[in-house]
Design a protein around this ligand. Structure first.
Ligand code: ADP
Length: 198
């Protein structure tokens, strides 16, 4: 059975995690942030060290590692009853992050909608990430060069995922709106048809 899925999509700093946490608090939605799955690893284990190596350079972890770790995590959540695919919607944030990952996940995910938190102003994202570095102790946000590399990785590798899913599935949301306005729009369009941009 495929998982009924909503994707939160956007550049680093666009607010995917904020919206994901809010949605995950609603009964019937299970939020899974791929970056959090990586950060929960024992960072002295070979897999944890490998994650640190890639993320501290601002590049993506290889797809085979990412998909296998993600699959284990989701299966564990199903086994322990935290995510019930028969009744719950999966809210994914940070995965798929390139077209190959989208293809590898195609037989597992029934993607109902892609919420694209759009922020064309790169400098705004850089500022948000610098602030987050101080607040959340994120190594990959501590250095401006790494931040810029992550934004470049997003533009080159992740953005084509939007074309993969196509405009019928993608809802472009201006991510500079207040968080609660974005939440309201997402919850509205969980059920409704998709306009081009809101
Ligand atoms: P952000 O919230 O800034 O978008 P994440 O917490 O999602 O960042 O990810 C942090 C880092 O973890 C990424 O820069 C990347 O190195 C790694 N990562 C997270 N998700 C994936 C993924 N789906 N594929 C490959 N690498 C990933």
């Amino acid at each position: 059975m495929k998982f009924k899925t909503f994707l939160l999509f956007g550049a680093p700093g666009s607010g995917k995690g904020t919206q994901g946490k809010i949605m995950g608090a609603i009964p019937g939605f299970y939020h899974c942030a791929c970056g959090d799955v990586f950060r929960a690893l024992d960072l002295s284990s070979p897999l944890g060290k490998s994650f640190l190596d890639y993320s501290s350079r601002g590049v993506l972890v290889p797809d085979d590692l990412t998909i296998s770790l993600w699959s284990h995590q989701i299966e564990a959540m199903v086994t322990t009853g935290r995510f019930n695919p028969a009744t719950d919607h999966l809210v994914l944030d940070g995965i798929p992050r390139n077209v190959n990952q989208a293809r590898l996940l195609a037989d597992r995910l029934d993607v109902r909608r892609v919420f694209h938190l759009s922020c064309p102003n790169r400098e705004k994202l850089v500022e948000r990430l610098k602030r987050r570095a101080l607040k959340d102790n994120r190594l990959d946000d501590a250095n401006e060069e790494v931040i810029r590399c992550r934004l470049e990785t997003y533009a080159c590798e992740s953005k084509p995922v939007l074309e993969y899913y196509g405009e019928d599935q993608v809802l472009n949301i201006d991510s500079t709106q207040l968080p609660h306005h974005i939440t309201r729009l997402i919850l509205q369009y969980v059920d409704e048809g998709v306009p081009a941009f809101i």
